[in-house]
Design a protein around this ligand. Structure first.
Ligand code: PMP
Length: 360
């Protein structure tokens, strides 16, 4: 049976990446070594490491004055590292709440210093991206934090707000590499790799040098961004296997039209599912308001919980994996990251239409 992987993360990897990885797991470039067995200080690994960084830079058109880091601890550690490095005493950090992950980022910052909520869509059950007016932000903010795609609720910023004088930091865990990034509007961006960039275990952090220079100097060494910048993300043993797979994923993105190619594919795939939802006459109901819909996580409910249970059971039996909503909100969610083939989304769409015919 074909397995259609709609997991929210860790999620589908391109089959070409897994095929290539299979060979290098045993005999990397005829060295007789697995890629997992090499010293992180060896020239062989250094090639993997620096090529992956170079590929991230070229794919996302990251300007030269930004550093690219490969860290550990997931996006969750970034929730803490960001305020530890940049939320100085006497300053406030401004958070825009657009879902559970931005709430977590805000809560973590509150443990470290003065964090404030600039805008929130919580009362609307996070159906839309909150409206923000940068002119109302106080000047003494250390930074503004945004979650570019809300994995659980299925909403996404169409465009990031225009950066004025306050640094903007973005959690792009669930939409990195799915569209170009306007670097003029970003000072720091972070993303766990396990959705669009590779397997879990490595977190990408991209930071503007001028912003880095303003970091607190009292942060424990391992948690200071500067430590990893100075050491080229080789301060201690990096997650070599994850970085190797991330590098293969970067190559796959390049071969498939780059980030622009990913963007076009994402729009097409999302369009197929949203069209099925909109044409269903409320049999399926999208969670997100139309203007805030995510191209990465399509969230929807059915008319009642019994029908929803049946839908999810049948979907599972047909090989559709991970279509249940996050445990905190329920409902259904199809995560259609870069590596999910168009044909798999078409299959899910057909199943949705078929299920509706049988149950309407
Ligand atoms: N931010 C977002 C937007 C996420 O989707 C997730 C994970 N699903 C996280 C943060 C947390 O990531 P991690 O598990 O890498 O800490």
């Amino acid at each position: 049976m074909t397995v259609y992987n709609f997991n929210p993360g860790p999620s589908a990897l391109p089959s070409e990446v897994l095929e290539r990885a299979k060979d290098s797991m045993f005999n990397y470039q005829n060295t007789g070594l697995s890629v997992l067995e090499m010293s992180h200080r060896s020239p062989l690994y250094e090639d993997v490491h620096f090529q992956a960084i170079a590929d991230v830079r070229s794919l996302l058109a990251v300007p030269e004055n930004y550093h690219i880091l490969f860290l550990q601890g997931g996006a969750s550690l970034q929730f803490a590292m960001l305020p530890m490095n940049f939320l100085s005493p006497g300053k406030k950090a401004g958070y825009i709440l657009s879902g559970s992950w931005s709430e977590k980022a805000y809560q973590e910052a509150s443990r470290i210093g003065a964090a404030i909520v600039l805008a929130s869509d919580k009362d609307n059950n996070y159906r839309s991206i909150p409206a923000v007016d940068e002119n109302h932000f106080a000047d003494d903010l250390a930074y503004i934090h945004i979650t570019s795609n809300n994995t659980i609720f299925g909403t996404q910023w169409d465009a990031l707000p225009t950066r004025k004088s306050i640094p903007v930091c973005v959690d792009a865990s669930s939409d990195i590499f799915s569209k170009p990034i306007e670097w003029d509007n970003v000072d720091l961006l972070y993303a766990g790799a396990q959705k669009n960039a590779g397997p879990s275990g490595v977190t990408i952090v991209i930071i503007r040098n001028e912003f880095l220079q303003t970091a607190n100097k009292t942060v424990p060494k391992y948690l200071a961004y500067d430590t990893h910048v100075k050491a080229d993300s080789l301060y201690n043993t990096p997650p070599t296997g994850s970085i190797y797979l991330l590098g293969l994923t970067m190559k796959w993105i390049k071969e498939n039209g780059g980030v622009k190619g990913m963007e076009a594919a994402a729009k097409k795939k999302a369009g197929l599912l949203y069209d099925a939802i909109d044409a269903s006459g409320s049999f399926y109901q999208g969670h997100a308001d139309k203007a805030s819909r995510s191209c990465m996580n399509v969230t929807f409910t059915l008319q009642n919980s019994e029908l929803e249970k049946q839908f999810l059971q049948e979907a599972k039996a047909r090989g559709f994996i991970g279509v249940n909503g996050h445990r905190s909100v329920g409902g259904c969610r199809a995560s259609i990251y870069n590596a999910v083939p168009l044909s798999h989304v078409e299959a899910l769409r057909s199943f949705m239409i078929e299920f509706q015919k049988a149950h309407a």
